[in-house]
Design a protein around this ligand. Structure first.
Ligand code: R5P
Length: 303
């Protein structure tokens, strides 16, 4: 088995966990924005017929899911067509367009399904992702008609990291009703008995957030706000501010995917967040929790 990816810690750790060899990928952007992911295999023979894991992550803060998707598609196609690899496992830790898992208004595309189709047609024989935002579809595998799609949870990695702090009578909070599943899973991992969710309404046109909170006396208690994605940071910041107002001792902000649009971190810290913990599903220097153990276990299963 070989792991193909950029020459970074993520690729190296994944290869080490899988006791696989590595082939690096150089990512180039031309002045007009076109992309050229180049496989540095030396010779095509290195990869021919091998089981290959493509481990490519989107860059946090850059907010370019379209660029990322094109890089992944070009690389999958290249590995299959030119390098003639055997089984090709695509690790897409942050699955772009996952939030569009339903046609909310007539005429919208079912983007998550179409992205899955593109990955299959580019050459993926299996796709693994992490904590995919599929609240309506429920099973990530249902996006794929011909190949397995495996959704690996990023919550254990967050719980391992936050669990290092000595939590005082913690309340685990999902910032909106959909996030109750992450809050419950996290609470089970850190053996916290108390978890809840707030209620968020977002205006579909303006993106404006209105949050309704349940009232708690949080004096002396730690609060961990758990979500799958932080993009603008608006959802996380609203939940943190509510926990602060209710007297929380410390507020942890734990999220799987640090998409982090401009200003997101300032928004979280400005709302009163004490500790930020995110996983390494995107390229971000601040990621403290690694999903590699869980990913490697599932890769071994589908390889
Ligand atoms: C929404 O359903 C997700 O679970 C996140 O809460 C949301 O994507 C976060 O977005 P933002 O950081 O822009 O509020």
């Amino acid at each position: 088995m070989l792991v193909v990816g950029p020459e970074d810690e993520f690729t190296k750790s994944l290869a080490s966990e899988l006791t696989a060899d590595m082939v690096f990928l150089a990512r180039r952007t031309f002045p007009d924005g076109e992309l050229q992911p180049r496989i540095l295999a030396g010779s095509e023979q290195v990869l021919r017929g091998e089981t290959v894991v493509l481990a490519l992550r989107m860059k946090a803060a850059a907010c370019r899911p379209n660029d990322y998707l094109v890089e992944v598609l070009l690389t999958l196609r290249n590995l299959k067509r030119e390098f003639k690899v055997g089984r090709l496992i695509a690790v897409i830790p942050y699955f772009p367009y996952a939030r569009q898992d339903e046609i909310f208004r007539p005429g919208e595309p079912l983007s998550s399904k179409y992205v899955a189709d593109l990955l299959y047609h580019a050459g993926a024989d299996a796709v693994l992702s992490v904590t995919v935002h599929l609240h309506r579809l429920k099973r990530f595998g249902d996006l794929f008609d011909e190949i397995p799609g495996v959704n690996v949870s990023g919550i254990p990695a967050l719980a391992r990291e936050v669990g290092r702090f000595d939590l005082s009578d913690p309340l685990i909070v999902g910032p909106d009703e959909e996030a109750i599943i992450w809050a419950e899973e996290f609470a089970n991992h850190v053996e916290a008995s108390d978890y809840t969710s707030f209620v968020k309404e977002r205006d579909r046109d303006t993106g404006e957030i209105k949050m309704t909170v349940k009232e708690f006396d949080l004096t002396g208690r730690d609060v961990v706000v758990v979500d799958d994605i932080v993009s603008t940071g608006g959802t996380m910041a609203a939940a943190i501010a509510a926990a602060r107002r209710m007297g929380a001792r410390r507020v942890f902000s734990a999220f799987v995917h640090p998409v982090l649009a401009q200003g997101a971190l300032d928004r979280i810290l400005g709302a009163g967040g004490d500790v930020i913990v995110a996983t390494d599903t995107l390229e971000w220097a601040g990621s403290k929790a690694s999903v590699i153990p869980e990913l490697a276990a599932e890769i071994r299963r589908v390889a």
